[in-house]
Design a binder for this molecule. Structure first.
Ligand code: XIL
Length: 402
């Protein structure tokens, strides 16, 4: 087993060549390096027992992608990659308020329904994302929602949506991103429209209604900005833990924490013991941890694609090496299927300075596996080999009946 130091390009090529020697070829391209721009992994088999879901399962984990429902419907290659690699998926946008609520008195379920059908018929677990967030609110929200009707509106939304898919969802992100230390409140709660209109108990209410509406879904609190070894992230972790403890003390139904994990390829402080401790603190509270939105922003890496792909892969590997030894970490999902679909190209603060498209995911624009694919698969193998796992975590419970 290799140690967890960073890969060089030569090591990646060597590793991939060994992996490919007796295996079928990746997406039809042979073991030769393809000519043309950039680095291509020489034929690594990504199918069947070589897929991420297979390696994850051997490590008692789930692996998956955030999916674009339109691409899933229209693009057969995209669809088969999802089927091949995923034991769990999540809608990148299709279950958010703005997708489900064209008007205050209306729901639009077509895309979400199709996704639920897709997942259940292929025995792929489905995460629900999300029931309560300060973003992705429909346009009518600001005009029509008031302190008088907000509580009822949130309650009805959760009842309707979680109730509709009851028994078919692995886990719901019930509340997304509710902590913001910078907002300056003593409890570090983010000053969201929900907080302003309902009060601090909106979180507790959302979890209770979610449990009543779908008793079999694991209920998750999902957060970002808690990953790095910075003072800011440490304060946010502490605030999240405090909130989770308070919820637990009040017997609020809560099963898991989602660590979004939108990572930086180059980070001054890096990722380390603070985050590991956070995961352990979650375990002491009886909480599973899902890595829910993993991707690696390469904005500060050089333009050269080969260098970037190795840098991104090394970040995936070191991050997972940090967290996968923790046995309450039970699922890894990347935020997108392939580079061309990444959300990171939108928005100035996320996009690359040189204007070239980001390469943050495991598959390239042509759905070919990148070094990061090998990095993630190796991280699953390392977890399996370390043998830290006993018992069956909750999220591995049998799939609900169709
Ligand atoms: C992002 C989507 O990827 C984009 O397509 C959309 O325009 C905005 O939202 N944290 C979350 C996700 O919880 O829902 C966000 O998804 C990314 C950050």
């Amino acid at each position: 087993m290799r140690d967890s130091r960073a890969w060089t390009r030569r090591e990646f090529l060597g590793h991939a060549a060994i992996a490919s020697a007796s295996l079928a070829l990746l997406n039809g391209c042979g073991p030769k390096r393809s000519s043309g721009r950039g680095y291509r992994l020489p034929g690594v088999d990504v199918s069947g027992s070589h897929s991420l879901k297979a390696h994850a399962m051997d490590a008692r984990m789930l692996f998956g992608f955030a999916v674009n429902t339109q691409k899933l419907r229209d693009d057969a290659a995209y669809r088969s990659l999802v089927e091949q690699q995923c034991s769990i998926i999540v809608a990148e946008n299709a279950m958010k308020w703005h997708a489900l609520r064209p008007a205050m008195d209306q729901f639009s379920f077509a895309d979400a329904d199709a996704l639920v059908e897709f997942a259940s018929h292929r025995h792929i677990r489905l995460r629900g994302h999300n029931l309560c967030w300060h973003e992705a609110l429909p346009e009518w929200f600001a005009k029509q929602v008031t302190p008088v009707n907000a509580r009822q509106l949130l309650r009805d939304h959760i009842r309707t949506v979680a109730g509709r898919y009851s028994g078919r969802i692995h886990s719901w992100d019930v509340v997304n991103e509710a902590i913001e230390v910078k907002d300056g409140r003593p409890d570090s709660l983010r000053n969201t429209p929900w907080l302003q209109m309902i009060g601090t108990d909106y979180i507790e209410m959302a979890f209770r209604v979610a449990r009543d509406s779908d008793p079999s879904a694991l209920l998750t609190y999902n957060e970002y900005g808690i990953e790095q070894e910075t003072q800011e992230a440490a304060m946010k972790r502490a605030a999240v833990l405090l909130m989770l403890r308070r919820l637990k003390q009040r017997n609020v139904p809560l099963d898991a924490v989602g660590i979004q994990s939108h990572l930086q390829a180059q980070s001054v402080n890096g990722y380390g013991a603070g985050l590991q401790r956070f995961v352990q603190d979650c375990r002491e509270m009886g909480l599973e941890v899902f890595i829910t939105e993993l991707d690696v922003n390469d904005r500060t890496l050089p333009s050269d694609v080969e260098t970037r792909d190795i840098g991104v892969a090394n970040r995936y590997r070191s991050y997972l090496d940090l967290l996968l030894p923790e046995r309450n970490v039970t699922a890894v999902l990347t935020w997108g299927v392939f580079d061309a679909g990444t959300w990171l190209n939108n928005g100035k603060d996320r996009a690359r300075e040189d204007g070239s498209p980001q390469r943050p995911l495991l598959f390239d624009d042509h759905l070919r596996a990148k070094p990061a694919f090998v990095a993630v698969r190796d991280a699953f193998d390392a977890r399996r080999q370390a043998g830290v796992l006993r018992g069956t975590p909750l999220s591995q419970k049998p799939l609900p009946k169709l």
